[in-house]
Design a protein around this ligand. Structure first.
Ligand SMILES: Nc1ncnc2c1ncn2[C@@H]1O[C@H](COP(=O)(O)OP(=O)(O)OP(=O)(O)O)[C@@H](O)[C@H]1O
Length: 575
């Protein structure tokens, strides 16, 4: 699904809330405890020893990290990144601008709540009316110079190593020097600048994850040591491998799968015994290419899908319910099915691993609705906020910015009116609800490992449903906090008995069913696996248990499946 990385940015309000909490502790119950009680002493000692070149140098540093300089330098860097790269580094430019703006927003939010007086020493700068906690100069310098250091680290790999390291070291030293200058000049307590450093660093972490790192760079290693799902295996040795020697049909999305990757796929398939390869390219009119006639026309042992979740969905629609196995070469924007199935994030490595493993049967969802041809999905079907966001992201901006395009689109839809809907599960009672978004999932983890549906498993024989209905900023914070907390170590497992019902003060409500019937009071935008399918007033989904045979990498030896299936075996990162 194409909007999956966006929720990572929801961690920013969580960050603001945490920093507010720390600020309230620092100015409240902890104020008279060590080490905070010793902070004034540090300021006094530094004030008593001011002089020499340290004072003009600290002034220069404070100017460098002041609001006007940071804004000017950020704009300069943004323009330079775009101009020098002739537009290729637009994503990097957006990353830097968002990092600086986001830390500033967090800083301002915190200072609305926390009121800490400046240190009781002579101030060398005019004290702005904001709270002393946290330091805005330090946060801004971390976001700007730390952001530039990240760009040097990940985008200038071709530069000589010592030059790169030297530039990174200088860039990282600037915020540390700014922190010292702010305490030296009597403008902040030491804990204020620590909070500023943390604000900048956490913002960079979130924004880098959300906007900068491509999906393939963020290999999910969290799955090591976890058991892959119980294979519904056939064959003498318990493994069910796609038949070699039979024909393979390769469906290729021409944008995601360029000539080089296509050649690698060809070679890997040949090495695995698939000499008879038929290739078909997708188009907007035929998102699975000519797969249907090709599969109908001859004995096909394997279908290889080179594309994103939309292409996988279109192909799954064709082969679900048959014995033809599907191997995914994840080269779309989101690749959420591949991610949830723990395929390597490198497309060629994913194919190599899948062909070396075994096939399992996973569920697919089948949807119907007004003005909607019956269709299948493998990841998630949704309506409301996420569908509007996906539908409104311009293709051109997507091409340039990747995931950042959805951030821009999401901002436009944050204020969309809530939907009035009724939901009926497995023929039970009709429940009336209001929500901003409804998602029905076969799998549950979004980009960044965010467990939107922690109980979803693609072999559970059920669909999981979540309604998102945050009210005001507090509701968004509660929802973000709840989802964010599920990513913490030890919290990523399924809830005992399943996470059903309302959580996060009602901002999120979970259901589970085999058959889900949702009616909307007004037509709502709808999407399937990140592809918009037109607005409507109905979305009905039913699970087709084990309908799709899919090739998965070999299970790690140390965690071979026990003979009896174990409930809650973790299929998803969050699950
Ligand atoms: N040749 C083509 N030119 C333009 N669009 C195409 C072409 N082939 C398929 N499409 C469209 O691309 C979409 C499917 O893209 P796909 O999902 O594979 O990639 P993605 O959107 O980048 O990845 P993901 O869904 O993982 O985020 C469908 O909407 C389909 O109509």
């Amino acid at each position: 699904m194409s909007a999956g990385r966006l929720p990572v940015l929801l961690l920013l309000p969580v960050q603001a809330a945490l920093l507010m909490g720390v600020g309230l502790l620092v100015t409240g119950p902890l104020a008279d405890l060590w080490p905070l009680v010793a902070e004034d002493g540090v300021n006094r000692v530094l004030a008593a020893h001011r002089g020499g070149p340290a004072t003009p140098f600290s002034e220069w540093l404070s100017l460098l990290a002041g609001t006007q300089s940071v804004i000017s330098l950020t704009l300069l860097a943004v323009v330079a990144l775009v101009a020098v790269s002739r537009g290729r580094w637009l994503r990097e430019a957006v990353f830097l601008a968002v990092a600086v703006a986001a830390q500033s927003a967090v800083f301002l939010l915190v200072t609305l709540v926390v009121e800490r007086p400046r240190p009781g020493v002579a101030h060398l700068d005019a004290a702005p009316p904001t709270s002393s906690f946290p330091s805005g100069h330090v946060g801004a310098s971390v976001a700007l110079f730390g952001g530039l250091a990240i760009l040097v680290a990940v985008r200038l790999r071709g530069t000589r190593r010592w030059v790169r390291y030297a530039v990174i070291a200088v860039l990282l030293l600037i915020p540390v020097a700014v922190a010292f200058s702010r305490v030296y000049r009597g403008m902040h307590h030491p804990s204020d600048v620590v909070a500023g450093l943390l604000n900048g660093a956490c913002t960079l972490l979130v924004v880098t994850h959300a906007l900068l790192l491509p999906a393939r760079a963020r290999a999910v290693s969290a799955v090591h040591g976890e058991r892959l799902p119980s294979a519904r295996a056939t064959g003498d040795d318990g493994a069910d491998r796609p038949a070699e020697g039979r024909r393979v049909v390769v469906v290729r999305h021409p944008y995601g799968c360029g000539a080089e990757l296509a050649e690698r796929v060809r070679v890997i398939l040949r090495r695995h015994g698939y000499a008879d390869q038929v290739w078909t390219a997708t188009s907007t009119e035929e998102p699975a290419g000519a797969l249907a006639p090709l599969v109908a026309g001859a004995d096909t042992g394997l279908v290889v899908v080179c594309g994103g979740d939309g292409t996988v969905r279109a192909c799954a629609d064709v082969v679900s319910g048959t014995d033809t196995a599907l191997a995914v070469v994840p080269c779309g924007t989101g690749n959420l099915l591949a991610r949830n199935l723990r395929l390597p994030s490198d497309p060629a490595a994913a194919l190599e691993a899948a062909l070396s493993g075994e096939t399992v049967r996973i569920d697919v969802g089948r949807v119907r609705g007004d003005g909607l041809e019956p269709a299948r999905f493998t990841v998630m079907a949704g309506a409301g906020f996420d569908a509007a966001m996906v539908g409104d992201a311009s293709e051109r901006v997507k091409e340039r910015l990747g995931w950042a395009a959805y951030v821009l689109s999401a901002v436009r839809h944050l204020g969309d009116p809530r939907m009035r809907l009724s939901i009926r599960l497995d023929g039970g009672p009709v429940r009336e609800r209001r929500a901003r978004m409804v998602v029905i999932g076969n799998v549950g983890t979004l980009q960044g490992g965010l467990p939107l549906l922690p109980d979803a498993r693609p072999d559970s024989g059920r669909l999981e449903v979540v309604l998102l209905d945050p009210r005001g900023a507090r509701g968004w914070l509660a929802a973000a906090g709840h989802l964010g907390s599920r990513m913490l170590p030890g919290r990523a497992t399924r809830t005992p008995g399943g996470a059903r019902g309302a959580v996060a003060g009602g901002a999120l409500e979970y259901f589970s069913a085999v058959h889900v019937d949702i009616s909307f009071a007004k037509p709502q935008p709808r999407e399937l696996d990140g592809d918009v399918v037109g607005a409507g007033t109905r979305l009905t989904a039913e699970v087709e248990p084990g309908a799709l045979r899919i090739c998965l990498p070999p299970r790690p030896r140390a965690v071979e499946a026990p003979t009896a299936p174990v409930e809650h075996a973790p299929f998803t990162v969050g699950g």
